[in-house]
Design a protein around this ligand. Structure first.
Ligand code: NDP
Length: 337
């Protein structure tokens, strides 16, 4: 314990953001480092996760998870090293995945800490390709999207943590065609040249509707929606008979102060007998062993590629979070302490 700093730093939510979050909505606060009680461990966080869904927890609106409390430390995924343990089965030096991010040190109940193997894979991957975003892609495409070999799949947010994996899982599982959209030419290049997408477009370079039509001349069978808005409407317009749309996220509206206009073409679902279904990763943890086995093997063999964007330092966590909302990341955004 002697090598530990005197204090912990942690991010508190000071005000509920209206529209785009501002730096003044957050405060970096110094606290004492806690001591683990019986059944607990003290973790020095190594990597913190910043994710788009956290924007929802900053607002007071009722959702599937409680809002962050004002004046209290925020939460999120993190991986770290155990520096003190009062828990059976977890030793000093072990690495654990847990949910007490946005801080340097966390006292965690052993039942809420999952041991991870730092030799088997880089620690950061447990927050991304082998973690929650990876399982979201896997379960959302295969279970909610009812993906079948020969399907044409379109995914938005395709150069992000979830989207990049959706497209590659579709390719590896025998999709006829994989199409992605992303917010820069560089990201588009990554999709086609590294991730093996058949077609990709920059949604900022022209109307999504027209670009999707060109990329998917025979329509699409599955649309994995990370962004909502005009992407969703364009996907409905291109949906084939018995097509499926997975609503995973709607990042284009996360900072809107007005509710977004609904898709104006929902009646196309009658023609196509199409289905739109929301998915929440928390409902699919029964797929975790299968996901880790299958995707872990693809990652090890290099068949599934992933990117990570690292931001250094606890003091830059808010910037990293805002960066995710702006598209500053390619692949998973991770804050390294
Ligand atoms: P990403 O790594 O994809 O990062 C977010 C990306 O969204 C940015 O990099 C940016 O890329 C893109 N983006 C930002 N604004 C817009 C916009 N207006 N229109 C289109 N794209 C935009 O994040 P994740 O992979 O972690 O999450 C992707 C989505 O999945 C989010 O909507 C998230 O909320 C959702 N999600 C849902 C879960 C569930 O259980 N339902 C679980 C996990 C995530 P670009 O440069 O391409 O614009």
């Amino acid at each position: 314990m002697s090598a530990l700093p005197a204090t912990n730093r942690e991010w508190h939510l000071r005000e509920r953001p209206v529209g785009w979050p501002k730096p003044e909505d957050f405060a970096l606060v110094e606290t004492e480092i806690g001591q683990p009680g019986p059944g607990q461990v003290l973790v020095r966080n190594v990597h913190l996760s910043v994710d788009p869904y956290m924007r929802g927890r900053m607002s007071a609106a009722k959702s599937y998870v409680a809002p962050f409390e004002l004046g209290k430390v925020m939460q999120g995924g993190a991986v770290g090293e155990v520096v003190a343990s009062e828990a059976e089965g977890i030793a000093v030096g072990d690495h654990v995945l847990h949910f007490f991010g946005w801080r340097e040190f966390a006292v965690v109940d052993a039942e809420h800490a999952v041991k991870v193997d730092a030799q088997a894979a880089p620690l950061s991957t447990y927050l991304g390709v082998l973690g929650m975003p990876g399982l979201t892609a896997y379960a959302g495409l295969l279970r909610t999207g009812d993906f079948k070999e020969g399907d044409t799949v379109f995914v938005s947010g395709a150069a992000g943590a979830v989207g990049g994996q959706v497209g590659q899982i579709a390719r590896l599982k025998g999709a006829a065609r994989v199409i992605g959209s992303a917010g820069s030419d560089e990201k588009v290049k990554l999709l086609t040249e590294e991730y093996g997408f058949d077609a990709a477009f920059n949604y900022k370079a022209g109307p999504v509707h027209e670009q999707l039509k060109e990329a998917a001349p025979d329509g699409i069978d599955v649309y994995f929606d990370n962004v909502g808005g005009d992407h969703l409407e364009a996907a409905i317009a291109r949906l084939n008979r018995d097509g499926r749309i997975v609503i995973c996220g709607a990042i284009s509206a996360y900072n809107s102060t007005e509710p977004p206009a609904g898709p104006r073409n929902l009646t196309r679902l009658i023609q196509t007998r199409g289905r739109i279904e929301g998915m929440l990763v928390g409902d699919h943890y029964d797929l975790q062993p299968q996901f880790v086995q299958e995707v872990g093997a693809w990652v090890r063999s290099g068949e599934l590629k992933y990117r990570e964007t690292f931001v250094e330092g606890i003091e830059n966590t808010v910037d990293a979070f805002l960066g995710v909302l702006r598209g500053a990341n390619t692949g998973k955004m991770v804050v390294t302490l």
